[in-house]
Design a protein around this ligand. Structure first.
Ligand code: KMH
Ligand code: ZN
Length: 309
């Protein structure tokens, strides 16, 4: 399919693998809403959202921790809201999908395999932590399985089916593409599917161009022209891999969830700063950035008027 426009997703606040290691990372309702709105104004057509408990800063899948910012984002922007079903490494799929179901979002994430999603080396590199739980959570991630079994994926897809939600299929390695193919073949997901190639997470595939080409070729082989794709690379690879993806005809995801930096060794001031940077590069290289309605068209979304918030 000929490339139309580049869809920018911005992942506003981390929960699974993003301890509060930068003052710019929003975790309160007010800061999440403000940064999401600013990111949309900078050019993000999709906002990927987690929630945190406002007192403890811990990852939360309580819908009441999403409600305060969802309404404000909807009032202030036309951006597509994508609610995470990743939650945290230690929560069940039943709990993790509750916010997406409660609010009948236009999009939600769907993690396509179980893995040892690990960031334990951070525990050695980083000294001061904003919240008490963070050091142990990070240090123990080498022993945690991020559970997304075939049974979990089937249950999530069947529970969410009545909501007509488009999934951001997060594929952290080539095998996850085969998991997705199996799920498509048994009728769990409908075209066009939207694949997020996730690169540079310890436990998944590394962030480099050879690997991206391999992921893309494998997806072409498995899904033909019935899929759309985007790249999310963690840490320093975030912007370089996003630029590469955009030049290969793909879409991009940035945001403080996946990298706290704006350039080598320099913390980003906000999500919007990362969005503005990738937008500038994409446009300088001759592509256009999709508006929210263009993103809806490209991904086949149900529309912002069919959500429950
Ligand atoms: N930050 C990504 C590497 C989810 O929200 O479901 C993982 C993620 C998962 O975005
Ligand atoms: Zn996420």
């Amino acid at each position: 399919m000929a490339k139309t426009k580049t869809v920018i997703t911005c992942a506003i606040t981390g929960a699974i693998h993003t301890p509060t290691m930068s003052d710019a990372l929003p975790y309160t309702y007010d800061d999440i809403a403000a940064q999401a709105i600013e990111a949309a104004e900078a050019g993000a057509s999709i906002l990927h959202l987690h929630a945190r408990n406002n007192e403890t800063g811990a990852p939360s899948v309580d819908p009441e921790d999403f409600r305060p910012f969802l309404g404000r984002i909807k009032q202030a922007t036309d951006a597509v809201v994508n609610i995470s079903t990743g939650g945290s490494l230690t929560l069940s799929i039943q709990d993790r999908i509750r916010p997406a179901a409660t609010f009948s979002a236009e999009m939600c994430s769907m993690n396509m395999g179980s893995m040892n999603f690990s960031f334990h080396p951070l525990a050695k590199r980083h000294e001061t932590w904003k919240f008490d739980w963070e050091r142990d959570y990070v240090a123990n991630s080498d022993g945690n399985i991020f559970r997304n079994t075939f049974r979990d994926i089937k249950e999530a897809s069947e529970t969410l089916a009545p909501h007509d939600i488009k999934f951001e299929h997060e594929c952290y390695d080539v095998g996850h593409l085969y998991n997705l193919k199996f799920c498509v073949d048994i009728g769990l997901f409908k075209a066009p599917i939207f694949i997020q190639f996730v690169m540079g997470i310890l436990g998944g595939i590394g962030a480099d161009i050879d690997n991206l080409v391999f992921m893309k070729k494998t997806a072409d082989k498995l899904f033909g022209d019935s899929y759309r794709w985007s790249v999310l690379a963690a840490g320093a690879a975030q912007i370089p891999m996003a630029v590469t993806a955009s030049q290969m005809g793909g879409n991009v995801r940035v945001g403080l969830e996946d990298s706290l930096f704006i350039s080598r060794g320099v913390l980003a001031e906000s999500n919007a700063q990362q969005v503005a940077k990738i937008r500038r590069i994409v446009e300088d290289l001759g592509s256009d950035v999709a508006t929210p309605d263009e993103a809806r068209e490209i991904l086949g979304l149900k529309g912002g008027d069919r959500v429950n918030f």
